[in-house]
Design a protein around this ligand. Structure first.
Ligand SMILES: [Zn+2]
Length: 283
């Protein structure tokens, strides 16, 4: 099974996770810029973080034969802090970089007026830079947040085929499908979406335009839940080709729209991994 995790926060994960992911068949990941838990108080903190997810993390991933790309944005939660607003002016410089394959995560956290402005401004940046957009749907009041996100996407004029709406569930999948956006699902250990629920959604809605990710970060999460979902699909009667479409070809197709997806050394991950002798730490 070859796996592309289209949404995972490797900056919060250990090197052991990279090793387990490589052994499980993960050959490529996309790391969206997000909220780090500790609120940032100035744009310089973002600069260092963005540099880290387009520089240091791709290097760390490469030691395990995993291709690493990033998406860059001011996340919805910190969009509410006026001290972070100047980050919007830094984004064009980052959105021009090779390893950046989308604008994200953007969208809503608490659906405030500040979030409205920053969401719309960043969809405009996606259009300007000819990049897809990764849109996070809020954890609270998800149904309303999803509908409102779809309205903002529609108003922006971006092609819905270049937008992924993430963290969907049984309630929010239908409006996303009807709007023509890509449908992202984050599989978590004990909240939101499980592998078995995901299989039921795939049975009902099919495998087209579906993205499955682990969204693993600093909270309770598991970077191997992509693999577990593939296994649950096979156990549930889906073919190996269906699994390959959901866990590999779909995320490749979505992010390839950036024109920057480089998977040149992702194909031979197992061989690279088996022969890799540089898996030591950074000390
Ligand atoms: Zn995330």
């Amino acid at each position: 099974m070859r796996i592309f995790d289209p949404h995972i926060h490797m900056t919060s994960r250990t090197t052991d996770d990279y090793q387990r992911m490589a052994e499980a068949g993960v050959r490529a990941v996309v790391e969206p810029a997000f909220w780090l838990g500790q609120p940032r108080t100035n744009p310089g903190s973002f600069t260092d973080y963005f540099d880290s997810i387009i520089g240091w993390e791709p290097f760390r991933a490469s030691q395990f034969g995993i291709r690493h790309h990033a998406t860059i944005a001011l996340n919805p939660k910190e969009a509410n802090d006026p001290r972070c607003r100047p980050v919007l002016d830094l984004l064009p410089r980052y959105l021009a970089k090779d390893g950046v394959v989308a604008v994200g995560e953007i969208g809503y956290d608490s659906m405030t007026p500040a979030e409205d402005e920053v969401f719309a401004a960043q969809l405009a940046l996606a259009l300007d830079h000819d990049l897809p957009a990764l849109v996070h749907t809020p954890h609270r009041d998800k149904a309303r947040g999803t509908l409102r996100s779809l309205d903002v996407v529609k108003e922006s004029g971006i092609d819905p085929g270049r937008v992924a709406l993430d963290h969907l569930n049984e309630v929010t999948v239908e409006p996303a499908r009807d709007a023509g956006v890509w449908m992202g699902f984050s599989i978590y250990p004990d909240t939101k979406m499980s592998p078995d629920r995901m299989v039921e959604i795939l049975r009902k809605y099919g495998t087209e335009r579906v993205l499955v990710n682990s969204a693993a970060d600093w909270g309770r999460s598991d970077p191997l839940l992509t693999l577990r979902t593939g296994e649950a699909m096979l156990a549930g009667g889906f073919s190996a080709d269906d699994v390959d479409q959901v866990l590999w070809r779909n995320p490749v197709a979505f992010y390839a729209q950036s024109g920057r997806l480089d998977l040149s050394d992702a194909a031979g991950t197992e061989a690279t991994f088996a022969g890799n002798s540089i898996l030591r730490g950074g000390s």
